[in-house]
Design a binder for this molecule. Structure first.
Ligand SMILES: NC(=O)c1ccc[n+]([C@@H]2O[C@H](COP(=O)([O-])OP(=O)(O)OC[C@H]3O[C@@H](n4cnc5c(N)ncnc54)[C@H](OP(=O)(O)O)[C@@H]3O)[C@@H](O)[C@H]2O)c1
Length: 294
């Protein structure tokens, strides 16, 4: 297939790579051109000067940028995807953005006689690199069936969960789960250190029991080593939790733990950790303990 891919960040870069490596003809666009050049040197394929050029002639156009306004800019802005989109194509948004934006884009894309799916992902940088992401999809079943085989070049699970917007709502459920788990890990590790245990040894044992989680498996070593320059950025998590809390308020549901951890993430940002991995909640806890000890 001829495929356009917009946004070669931590996630988009390897995802587009899997598409090209599996035999599709991929034309990438990245705002910072050097990254697109590096991608072409690594995988082959082609690069485009604008999102419109990446979309021109493509049967599928994937977008994986930052937030709602970034998606609007690359899809609806000057030289955006809509300016190059061919009829009967499908635009798939892998960005974690709002359900409201998904509905808005469904309309905009339909005006080009094309279709839209919201398809946020989970599984992190490692999932993108290993082609093992989980994808939550919103949109029409027939359109999903056209795109599903292509999604499996970088996903171990891709499932349609309802009409457009459902993918983004499901991703919110995912983020609520992760938020509580990560704060739980930060508190558990802080407790373990405080009572004088060898936390690495403790985790080697408890990861084989009921406390096991993706976050524990993939983050305990870096958390205990104080390494956060990787993974899923706190800035992105705050963006996601902002959408979660807004949606929860809209439906009249209180999310006390999620609200509290969102507040903790604001403190991590104030520590200079906006680009740190979300497991840096542990760095915040360690700082709180040092303050308490003084
Ligand atoms: N990282 C993860 O573990 C993870 C996991 C699940 C979901 N996500 C979600 O996936 C999306 C991408 O995350 P990421 O970690 O790949 O982010 P990232 O590394 O910060 O990359 C963002 C990409 O979007 C581009 N971009 C941002 N704003 C733009 C704009 N206004 N116009 C054009 N291009 C723009 C950036 O271009 P430049 O190169 O020019 O900056 C870059 O290619 C986010 O919505 C995030 O919440 C991330």
């Amino acid at each position: 297939m001829y495929i356009g891919f917009i946004g070669l960040g931590v996630m988009g870069y390897p995802m587009a790579g899997h598409l090209q490596s599996s035999g599709h003809h991929v034309r990438v666009y990245n705002r910072t051109y050097e990254r697109a050049q590096r991608w072409v040197a690594q995988y082959g394929g082609a690069s485009a000067a604008t999102p419109a050029e990446a979309a021109a002639g493509a049967e599928l156009v994937f977008v994986c940028v930052g937030n709602d306004s970034d998606v609007r800019e690359v899809v609806c802005g000057a030289n955006g995807v809509l300016s190059g989109l061919q009829s009967d194509s499908v635009v798939v948004d892998h960005t974690t953005s709002s359900a409201e934006l998904a509905l808005e884009l469904e309309q905009s894309v339909a005006s080009c006689q094309a279709s839209f799916l919201d398809a946020p992902v989970s599984g992190g940088q490692i999932g993108a690199e290993n082609g093992a992401l989980t994808i939550m999809v919103g949109g029409c079943d027939e359109v999903f069936m056209r795109v599903e085989p292509v999604l499996h070049t970088y996903a171990k699970c891709a499932r349609r969960l309802g009409p457009v917007g459902s993918g983004q709502l499901a991703k919110m459920v995912n983020q609520i789960c992760i938020t509580g788990v990560l704060q739980g890990l930060a508190e558990a590790f802080a407790f373990s250190e405080k009572v004088g245990l060898n936390t690495n040894a403790v985790v080697e044992v408890i990861r084989q029991g009921a406390a096991q989680s993706w976050q524990m498996e993939n983050r305990y070593e870096t958390m205990l080593a104080g390494k956060y320059e990787h993974g899923f950025a706190v800035d992105w998590m705050r963006k996601d939790l902002g959408m979660v809390l807004e949606e929860a308020e809209r439906v009249g549901l209180a999310l006390p733990v999620t609200s509290l951890v969102d507040h903790f993430y604001a403190q991590v940002q104030a520590m200079g950790g906006g680009r740190w991995d979300t497991s840096s909640l542990y760095a915040r806890m360690q700082r709180e303990h040092r303050k308490a000890e003084v």
